[in-house]
Design a protein around this ligand. Structure first.
Ligand code: LCV
Length: 270
């Protein structure tokens, strides 16, 4: 009689959540896919954040496993619509994750080691405090894919960075290295990799000793005030019409296909 087949191992969790001394930590855990922000990973992240909220965890650290070259490769390109649909609509899992961070009633501290790409840059900018080590770097990449970034994402950048630096990041899609990220104000603190874990945990623990209601309300006031950029309906419709022309373009299809075919895209401006 043949030995019973060994049970197939349960898939590794997309995120690993833990609490130490009152500080929650959520670690992205899909290394094989460079922590690409798939719906499955983002739903697990949103659930972990909701669980921390239910437990009144006063400060949260968002990180990836130590020593990775890539913190997150950004939106899962395999899940981007292939044209004729807004690739970053309100209901997109990435947009839901951004809103979950921005509405969490306590600081979400991004601890960055390795490179951050595309929508993961928006995720990091939506965090309240950003700590990076010397390996941290940040790129926003719609120009690599021919994709029209969305208005809320641009407002997130406008609320944090000078216009000329935002334009350089969007027009070049070149990663901003740690030193420049610190000088530009993307990073609150640039900390050597040997110290970044202890530094970030200590910052979180310090915050948990402060008045949580006062902190939660200041965070929400700042969110409401920074999001308060009224846009006239006609302006919004004009923006959406421009974006539609981009995500319905042949260039957008070429950008996505080139990624799958592991080749450089040939953009024609149509
Ligand atoms: C799906 C992936 C990804 C990925 N999706 O490893 O900002 S916007 O508007 O562009 C927004 C829409 C957005 O965020 O789009 C995504 C932007 N991200 C990128 O452009 C980064 C794409 N990835 C890369 O350039 C490389 O993967 C990096 C440099 C991050 C890591 O390179 P490395 O050589 O270490 P691989 O490229 O070999 O990737 C390992 C596996 O992860 C998949 C990739 O397809 C490969 O899968 P296979 O082994 O099946 O080939 N992967 C990487 N990034 N964003 N899947």
């Amino acid at each position: 009689m043949s030995a019973p087949a060994s049970p197939t191992p349960a898939p590794a969790p997309m995120v690993i959540a833990s609490v130490t001394n009152g500080v929650g930590t959520i670690s992205l855990n899909n290394v094989a896919r460079r922590n690409a922000l798939s719906a499955a990973l983002l739903d697990a992240f949103i659930d972990a954040l909701a669980d921390f909220k239910a437990k009144s965890v006063r400060a949260v650290i968002l990180r990836a496993a130590p020593g990775l070259k890539v913190w997150s490769a950004g939106h899962d390109i395999k899940e981007l619509p292939r044209g004729h649909e807004d690739p970053l609509g309100y209901g997109d899992p990435l947009e839901r994750a951004l809103r979950a961070i921005r509405s969490y009633p306590g600081p979400v501290i991004a601890m960055i080691q390795g490179s951050v790409w595309g929508g993961a840059f928006d995720l990091v900018l939506s965090c309240d405090i950003i700590i990076g080590d010397e390996t941290s770097e940040f790129a926003i990449t719609p120009a690599n894919l021919g994709l029209p970034y969305n208005t809320t994402g641009l407002l997130h950048c406008l609320n944090r960075l000078p216009l000329n630096l935002i334009k350089e990041m969007f027009f070049t899609a070149t990663p901003v290295k740690a030193d420049d990220a610190a000088r530009w104000g993307i990073l609150n603190h640039l900390v050597p990799s040997a110290q970044i874990e202890a530094y970030t945990q200590s910052l979180g623990e310090h915050i948990t000793t402060k008045a949580p209601l006062a902190i939660a309300v200041v965070k929400e006031q700042l969110r409401v005030l920074s999001d308060l950029q009224p846009v006239a309906a006609q302006v919004f419709e004009h923006i959406e019409d421009m974006r539609r022309q981009v995500y319905e373009s042949a260039d957008y299809e070429e950008g996505i296909n080139a990624f799958f075919e592991k080749r450089k895209p040939q953009f024609k401006g149509v």
